[in-house]
Design a protein around this ligand. Structure first.
Ligand code: ATP
Ligand code: MG
Length: 418
């Protein structure tokens, strides 16, 4: 039997000039395993800032390729969002072909896991947070390009996925009902948001998308049904747990929701001053880095009233990212933007997801944006989730409503008042 052990490559060593390997290390015989190992070494040995984010995951991932093992220890303290603080040990079994595609940053293991194509054991949720970052690094630092390739791959992989296993859901709602007076807005909503991917909640105006988001962050309580965040029932959480949860969920509101009396810098610094004990110097580093990410470093002293709509949204995105949340909710990030700015914002969301990992939920009625960014989709209509699945599958749906909505057709079940 061919065996190779590439174990416990501590990131702290890899980020120095060389890689430290254990003495038992022997060269693998399988080409796919060698490629994967080299690619991983290059990726986590790079000077890319995203490597820093990996350090927080404290996750050991053992890729089993054929009979060979390629392990990766991503070290350091875990993020607050990761749930339990124990280091995670994850085994992921890949075929040779999958290993090669992963080494190129082409294969989203998260999707493959959701489809049931890859066998995995261990706390896979932790891995899912790491996956987009690793993939971005493997793709040579170009998250958007990797995503574009992934999107291109969607086409030939259409098929129906199994429901997402519960332990891989970041957010779930079960039978959610909500009425305002006589208006029954949510009518038994079963939403499933898998961990680690960009999920789009797509639906017409006024269907209850924002109402749904407010339930997820605990701003509204359901009349019936449950909201589960990483398996925990929101209704069972204490006030302090809900406050803690808000720290772990970054929200980019529909209008940016910046404080009008603070400049951009203070707006973005606000969550850090509120929720952390960082010094002003440390805060400055984080704020300027996030502002650079969204192209607003030069506008840090401007007041919200002096920004364009697109700049306000980007500032809102920078603010939602500063606490490195495991879950980011973006409510209509595209509203009020022209198609080009919307598309640029879409790229920015994909890049930020690739750099930081975690679960990103984007609520919109913009079909081109959904096509551009979605890994996974939930279609909301008349208070229910009509379709849920990988983006490629939902886009191929034969449902009359989905077909009409995706094609912007005036003929179909959706009318001005239905
Ligand atoms: N606090 C509230 N009180 C009363 N009605 C409300 C409240 N919040 C929302 N609604 C109603 O619930 C319905 C759904 O609103 P919601 O804002 O969730 O729509 P949406 O899907 O986000 O639409 P859009 O795409 O236009 O943002 C609307 O009819 C709205 O008037
Ligand atoms: Mg809305």
């Amino acid at each position: 039997m061919k065996t190779v052990t590439f174990r416990r490559v501590a990131l702290r060593h890899m980020t120095d000039e060389h890689t430290e390997m254990t003495p038992e290390h022997r060269l693998p015989e399988g080409a796919a395993a060698v490629r994967l190992r080299t690619a991983l070494q290059d990726a986590v040995g790079s000077k890319d800032p995203a490597v820093g984010r990996l350090r927080h995951s404290r996750t050991t991932v053992c890729f089993v390729v054929g009979d060979e093992e390629v392990s990766l220890l991503l070290d350091r303290s875990p993020p607050a969002v990761g749930g339990n603080d124990e280091p995670a040990e994850i085994d992921i079994e890949l075929t040779d072909e999958q290993a090669l595609r992963f080494a190129d940053g082409d294969l989203s293991l998260v999707e493959a896991l959701i489809r049931g194509e890859v066998t995995a054991t261990g706390p896979v949720r932790r891995y899912m947070e790491v996956d987009p970052i690793l993939r971005r690094l493997l793709a040579g630092g170009s998250g958007a390009a990797a995503h574009a390739r992934l999107a291109a791959n969607h086409g030939d992989q259409a098929g129906h996925s199994e429901p997402v296993p519960v332990d891989r859901l970041a957010i779930e709602t079960r039978g959610l009902h909500k009425s305002f007076g006589s208006a029954h807005i949510l009518q038994g909503c079963d939403l499933q948001i898998p961990e680690g991917v960009i999920s789009v909640i797509l639906g017409p105006s006024g269907t209850g998308k924002s109402v749904m988001l407010q339930h997820i962050i605990g701003l509204l309580a359901p009349d019936a049904g449950e909201v589960l965040i990483r398996g925990n029932q929101l209704s069972q959480m204490s006030r302090s747990e809900i406050l803690g949860l808000r720290r772990e969920i970054g929200v980019m509101f529909q209008d940016g929701a910046l404080f009008s009396t603070m400049d951009v810098y203070d707006n973005v610094a606000f969550p850090l001053r509120q929720h952390t004990n960082l010094s002003e110097r440390q805060i400055r580093r984080v704020v300027l880095a996030r502002l650079s990410d969204v192209g607003l470093r030069g506008a840090s002293n401007r007041m919200p009233g002096e920004l364009s709509g697109g700049m306000r949204k980007r500032a809102g995105l920078a603010r939602s990212l500063v606490l490195e949340p495991g879950i980011i909710l973006c409510d209509e990030p595209d509203s009020g933007l022209d198609p080009v700015r919307t598309s640029l914002l879409g790229d920015l969301l994909v890049e930020q997801h690739a750099a930081h990992g975690g679960t990103m939920i984007v609520v919109t009625h913009n079909v081109p944006l959904a096509r551009q960014i979605a890994d996974h989709m939930n279609i909301l209509w008349q208070g229910k989730v009509l379709e849920s699945g990988l983006a490629s599958e939902v886009f191929a749906s034969q449902s009359a409503f989905v077909r009409q909505f995706l094609a912007s057709d005036t003929i179909g079940p959706l009318t001005m008042d239905a």
